[in-house]
Design a protein around this ligand. Structure first.
Ligand SMILES: [Zn+2]
Length: 149
């Protein structure tokens, strides 16, 4: 049991067969189930952490994948998330090489955060998929400049 209310992390811990405390220590928290379009590793169940998503973890059997989320707008305006820079580890690494797993998570988080920009109008941190251009987010583009109308 953990004192932190974190249903996604509990689900990830159950899938890994690891205690939630180890998941929090090695992978961090804030995990939620995620739809990921990437089909590798085959059959992986994906989880994302961060708002906007900053890192992905996929579990397929005894394979533990750590990846950078790349959400993209499709022509209909919906979002699809691909997994990039997939690091293929083993679930056993949670116990045998936790520093390697943590380093893979940190690398994905750093790469993803490096793609974020500050909107010059609302001053909020904006992921690429939520940006109108390099200066503003989509919401501000619609509100202040009439874009998308
Ligand atoms: Zn904005």
């Amino acid at each position: 049991m953990t004192d932190i209310e974190d249903d996604g992390t509990d689900a990830l811990a159950a899938l890994l067969g690891e205690p939630a405390e180890r998941v929090l220590r090695v992978l961090g928290g804030g995990w939620e189930r995620a739809e990921v379009a990437t089909r590798y590793p085959p059959g992986a169940e994906w989880f994302a952490a961060g708002v906007p998503a900053q890192v992905l973890v996929g579990v397929a059997g005894r394979t533990l994948a750590v990846a950078r989320p790349v959400p993209r707008r499709d022509p209909s305006g919906g979002l699809r998330t691909d997994a990039a820079d997939v690091a293929e580890l083993a679930v056993e690494d949670m116990q045998l090489a936790p520093d390697v797993v943590t380093a893979a998570v940190d690398l994905s988080v750093r790469r993803r955060r490096a793609s974020f920009r500050w909107c010059l109008l609302c001053r909020q941190l904006t992921a690429p998929e939520s940006a109108h251009d390099r200066r503003s987010c989509r919401a501000c583009a619609v509100r202040f400049r009439g874009a998308g109308r």
